[in-house]
Design a protein around this ligand. Structure first.
Ligand SMILES: Nc1ncnc2c1ncn2[C@@H]1O[C@H](C[S@+](CC[C@H]([NH3+])C(=O)[O-])CC(=O)[O-])[C@@H](O)[C@H]1O
Length: 325
């Protein structure tokens, strides 16, 4: 079910990606190794047990919706839900699969609506989505006209979620999710027309290296879309939480927008600019039936929700765009 044969064949025809292709099968085998992911055989079994249902329609443009309940029998719909629930937690979405509504922790469609107006049109573009989760924005990029989309994310469970949905959204579609972190990309690829890094920078211990790695994925004149946590403040301001941030252990740098723009210039990007600023609310990130762990409401100070549980400024997210020279 997780099958990269078509992707490898297609990448042969993209000369800039050939240096990567030579290493890719080994990287994928490592990324999906059962030594690393003890539950992976269960997730694969869930994928194998998904019922075969031919969807009567596929919608990617204004939401992700595939088929309707009338495409399947009651038994098939029950089996579909049972198998998809084995891939809990569902963080990114939402997904509407044969009228089964996967109400995910995040309204990733809201982020897409903030980002979309600032994209150079995706028609015919080769797109990379770094840290794409289960690939929600990859599908929306395809819906917006991209020629091919490659998502990378080191979490094998998110990869399993992606291929569970790809079974219905179209196994032949030019969109894939590789079980890799950004460090797996060979330096100096200069292959992609558009690269997204959304929700990743604050997880990186070395943000400058992350920005340089992103730059190296892009062809000259390509567009970076960078979405990350920011603080209010002036040029030079940056929060480095010593302990946790919103209960997350792996948060390193949360700059002001002016600081982040200057980091982008420093790392060789042209014309970096902040195009959106948004405080995350309980409508966008919350516990649901498909994500039953703690969520935003548990991460904030119940007395003053403008602070995290640790007393830091509550999550505010910015979208920045920039180009490679
Ligand atoms: N080294 C790494 N390289 C690449 N990805 C990584 C790495 N380490 C962790 N990740 C992945 O980065 C993703 C961050 S979520 C953003 C999802 C989506 N982009 C979104 O914008 O909704 C955070 C958020 O919810 O904001 C996770 O899926 C990690 O597995």
């Amino acid at each position: 079910m997780i099958d990269y044969t078509q992707l490898y064949a297609a990448l042969q025809h993209i000369p800039a990606l050939r240096p990567w292709l030579a290493q890719l099968p080994d990287q994928v085998a490592e990324g999906l190794s059962p030594h690393r992911w003890g539950d992976l055989p269960d997730w694969r079994a869930a994928l194998d047990a998904l019922p075969d249902i031919a969807p009567s329609s596929i919608q990617l443009e204004d939401k992700v919706r595939v088929g309707s309940a009338s495409d399947a029998s009651q038994d098939q719909l029950a089996e579909l839900e049972k198998q998809l629930r084995k891939l809990h937690p569902w963080r990114k979405g939402p997904w509407d699969v044969f009228d089964l509504f996967i109400d995910t922790e995040w309204r990733s469609d809201w982020k897409w609506e903030r980002v979309l107006p600032h994209l150079e049109p995706l028609q015919n573009r080769l797109v990379l989505d770094v840290g794409c989760g289960n690939g929600y924005h990859c599908w929306r990029s395809l819906g917006a006209g991209a020629r091919r989309v490659i998502g990378i994310d080191p979490s094998a469970k998110f990869v399993a979620q992606f291929y569970a949905l790809k079974k219905y959204l179209g196994e032949e579609k030019p969109v894939d999710l590789l079980p890799l972190g950004i460090e797996a990309l060979p330096p100096g690829l200069q292959a992609f027309d558009t690269t997204f890094s959304m929700g990743v920078l604050y997880h990186r211990r070395s943000p400058m290296d992350h920005l340089r790695e992103l730059r190296e994925t892009l062809r000259p004149g390509g567009q970076l879309i960078l979405e990350t946590l920011v603080i209010d403040g002036a040029l030079g301001d940056c929060l480095v939480p010593e302990g946790r941030y919103a209960k997350m252990r792996n948060v390193w740098f949360i700059p002001s927008c002016a600081t982040l723009e200057s980091w982008l210039r420093k790392c060789g990007f042209d014309n970096p600019r902040t195009v959106d600023l948004d405080t995350t609310n309980f409508g966008e990130q919350r516990r649901t039936d498909w994500m039953r762990f703690e969520s935003l409401a548990d991460f904030l100070d119940p007395e003053s929700p403008d602070k995290t549980a640790e007393g830091h400024p509550a999550p505010k997210r910015a979208v920045l765009v920039a180009n490679t020279p």
